[in-house]
Design a protein around this ligand. Structure first.
Ligand SMILES: C=C(O[C@@H]1C=C(C(=O)O)C=C[C@H]1O)C(=O)O
Length: 262
């Protein structure tokens, strides 16, 4: 089973034991052991799993309180295993359609209190990926059978939302470039959306395109942006936004002309 999973997946293989009998195989083949939400009260199995020396992921049972959840992590640490991460998998609160109700506030609290990485299990629902990242999630888990598009959407939301709301502290050129790449991913997404919206205005204004350019509006949007980007300031933002606006106007004019120039 593990060998099969490894063949189709480049990431770490985390395995949840059904019983203590599974532990030797897990120790030999897996990269991490999962303390499942369903049996987090089985302290003997929790202890035995922690003793394998592999990283442990402690899932929160659907009715477990924060204290109960963190106590299981403490059990693992007491077995001498400090490689413990937590995983929020949702509460038992009934949801129409059987969806899970993730407790993102609890996930955030668990992270703040323990300093340990907290994963959020999204099931097959990528739509909460951005919310989980905004709440501080260090990683997202999707159901093994989640569709490719769902995985891609979750990854995209994590990058874009993460770049917007989380500050990172890179220490090397390579790390700083990775963070820049994520910020640029968010910028590209926003620039594309902005160009579409500016195109809407060109179609709705009595005179669109370069002929209907409104410099007063452009100055005022730069001034508003400078309030959010005080370090750059209006003087540095102005040429950047001029290029952005002109790119939007060129696009709108090309589209109006049509593929063969009108
Ligand atoms: C979009 C408009 O048309 C032009 C493009 C602008 C923009 O991209 O923000 C701003 C002012 C206009 O020069 C507008 O008038 O709002």
């Amino acid at each position: 089973m593990v060998a099969e999973a490894r063949a189709g997946w480049a990431g770490p293989i985390l395995v949840e034991p059904f019983s203590a009998a599974d532990l030797p195989d897990i120790a030999e083949q897996a990269d991490g052991v999962v303390v499942g939400a369903a049996w987090m009260q089985d302290f003997r199995l929790v202890r035995a799993a922690a003793k394998l020396g592999l990283p442990v992921i402690v899932q929160r049972g659907p009715a477990a309180t924060l204290e109960e959840w963190l106590a299981i992590a403490d059990y693992c640490v007491a077995e001498g295993n400090d490689q413990v991460a937590l995983c929020e998998c949702g509460s038992r609160t009934p949801m129409p359609g059987g969806g899970i109700t993730l407790d993102l506030a609890m996930a955030r609290e668990a992270r703040d209190r323990t300093g340990r990485p907290v994963l959020v299990a999204l099931g097959r629902d990528a739509e909460l990926a951005g919310a989980a990242v905004a709440a501080g999630a260090d990683g997202l888990m999707l159901a093994p059978d989640a569709e490719r598009e769902v995985v891609a959407a979750a990854r995209e939301a994590a990058v874009v939302v993460g770049a917007m709301v989380r500050r990172e502290d890179p220490a090397t050129v390579a790390e700083a470039r990775q963070v820049i790449d994520r910020v640029d991913a968010a910028l590209a997404t926003l620039l594309e959306r902005r160009a579409e919206l500016a195109g809407v205005v060109q179609r709705l204004k009595p005179v669109g395109g370069f002929a209907g350019r409104d410099m007063e509006r452009e100055r005022s949007l730069v001034a508003a942006m400078a309030r959010r980007a005080p370090v750059l300031g209006a003087d540095r933002l102005a040429p950047v936004m001029n290029a952005v606006i002109e790119a939007g106007l060129h696009l709108a004019e090309e589209r109006r002309a049509g593929p063969d120039g009108g």
